[in-house]
Write a protein that binds this ligand. Structure first.
Ligand SMILES: Cc1cc2nc3c(=O)[nH]c(=O)nc-3n(C[C@H](O)[C@H](O)[C@H](O)COP(=O)(O)O)c2cc1C
Length: 439
């Protein structure tokens, strides 16, 4: 019988938590403790991986100012995810740990060294969320004068990934000898210079680190535009998809699988996880009430508009809330724009008003998952049966990560999935790539 289980990841921020929520982490210092609790709970629930997002600027898109972002803690503050990944690695044994590192921010040599080190430190559980950076303000922070156009960013990223992989490959398998009798640590004939001279990047190599446990760390990618999807299908072990509805999930996954086959890859080697933001509570009424309360909270519309402005570099304060949006394109996150506007790539915009689109964006996920753990588990199972695979990436609704929410998922929803044979109940492999390919 076909394995009905699907993969589970969690999308989170190292920053911008539920600072003013009565059940939130309040004024807790940035020690990583909240994420340590999240990691332990996720491991108990046998998730595949935790993904920590990162962007490199305080947005100033909505109303052309940083004010809304700083006032409400939207996409700010943000701590560096690298040290967090290291401490999460020592606190866990099986959970995959994925952090976001931008090809615009690091020199390829530095990134290759960093991800190889983290793969060692996590014993083969590290993943790199490959982003090309999509905000103009981040490009300025990195010393550029403008954000390169999307096509160029991805063309550069193709070469970047090639160089990173070749740097990691400068140590042949078997290069580390560790022969005490001859006092030989490494066989110099198996460690090679690279002398890579690309169109945009160069590095002589070899890398200073030894080959990491996974050969190369796992790659995660979220390209949403046609060019982004091609990049994802070419390189990624897992693709994270922000879409709407079962049809959107299916067409995204089918597209990635078609592109992967076109790139000579086995589509089954790529796990497409769709973003969802479930709200679960003891009763349906309680879950619905929680959801409605968040939507009705003061300033919700402004916060949602500011957030979508930051993803898209489009100032949504300029549009009438009670009129449909005009057709929009962006050099920033096209995928996020399409999802918010409820358009298929290249299609016409939704006739809904901006106010309705904001309301629909409520849980930011592909499906409306509000109910008891059993209700939501059934809905996830039905959706996955129709889509054909491969799993879900949990995002916290309204970006309010609390320990109460963590428990509702890890000790409520996931056990309900496990009872139905839809989620892993025990880890059977050790590296992140093996975990992703387990079924
Ligand atoms: C679930 C998800 C997580 C993402 N995380 C990040 C991130 O941490 N940092 C970032 O710069 N971009 C992030 N992105 C943006 C993507 O890298 C990409 O730019 C976006 O999906 C738009 O696709 P496109 O570049 O093909 O237009 C994320 C996107 C999604 C859907």
């Amino acid at each position: 019988m076909r394995d009905r289980r699907f993969h589970l990841g969690w999308f989170t921020y190292f920053g911008q938590n539920a600072w003013n929520d009565p059940l939130g982490s309040g004024s807790e210092p940035w020690t990583g403790d909240l994420h340590l609790d999240l990691a332990r709970a996720m491991e108990r629930a046998c998730f595949d991986y935790m993904l920590i997002e990162d962007t490199l600027s305080i947005p100033a898109v909505y109303k052309g100012s940083r004010e809304t972002y700083l006032k409400h803690a939207i996409m700010v503050p943000k701590q560096d995810p690298v040290p967090l990944a290291a401490i999460l690695g020592t606190a866990t044994r099986n959970l995959g740990l994925v952090i976001t590192l931008s090809t615009l921010a690091y020199k390829p040599f530095m990134l290759a060294r960093l991800i190889a080190t983290l793969d060692h430190m996590t014993r083969g559980r590290f993943g790199w969320n490959i982003v090309t950076t999509a905000e103009h303000a981040s490009a300025l922070n990195l010393g550029l004068t403008e954000l390169p156009p999307r096509q160029l960013r991805y063309d550069m990223a193709d070469e970047y990934v090639e160089l990173v992989e070749r740097l990691i490959g400068t140590w042949e398998p078997g290069a580390v000898v560790r022969d005490a009798a001859t006092d030989t640590y490494a066989d110099a004939s198996k460690v090679h210079a690279l002398n890579f001279e690309g169109r945009w990047y160069s590095s002589s190599g070899p890398l200073t680190t030894t080959p990491p446990p996974q050969g190369r760390p796992a790659y995660i990618q979220a390209g949403g535009s046609p060019r982004g999807r091609l990049f994802a299908a070419t390189h990624a072990d897992s693709v994270i998809a922000s879409t709407t509805g079962i049809a959107g999930m299916k067409s995204y996954r089918d597209d990635i699988r078609r592109l992967a086959a076109g790139a000579g890859r086995n589509p089954d080697d790529i796990k497409v996880l769709s973003l969802i933001a479930p709200v679960v509570a003891e009763t349906r009424a309680q879950a619905q009430e929680q959801y409605e309360r968040a939507l009705a909270s003061p300033g919700y519309t402004e916060r949602a508009l500011a957030l979508f402005s930051s993803f898209t570099d489009i100032d949504f304060s300029q549009f009438d809330l009670d009129a449909p949006l005009p057709p929009l394109t962006t050099n920033a996150e096209q995928g996020a724009l399409d999802k918010f506007c409820q358009t298929q790539p290249g299609g016409s915009p939704s006739p809904k008003t901006l106010r309705q689109l904001v309301r629909d964006s409520g849980t930011t996920g592909a499906l409306d998952l509000v109910g008891t753990p059993d209700d939501v588990a059934d809905m996830m199972g039905d959706a996955m049966a129709q889509v054909g695979g491969d799993g879900f990436l949990i995002a916290t609704p309204f970006h309010r990560l609390t320990r109460v929410y963590i428990d509702s998922i890890c000790d409520g929803l996931v056990p309900a999935l496990q009872r139905r044979g839809l989620a892993r109940s025990a880890y059977t492999t050790t590296t992140l790539r093996q975990t992703l390919r387990e079924f």
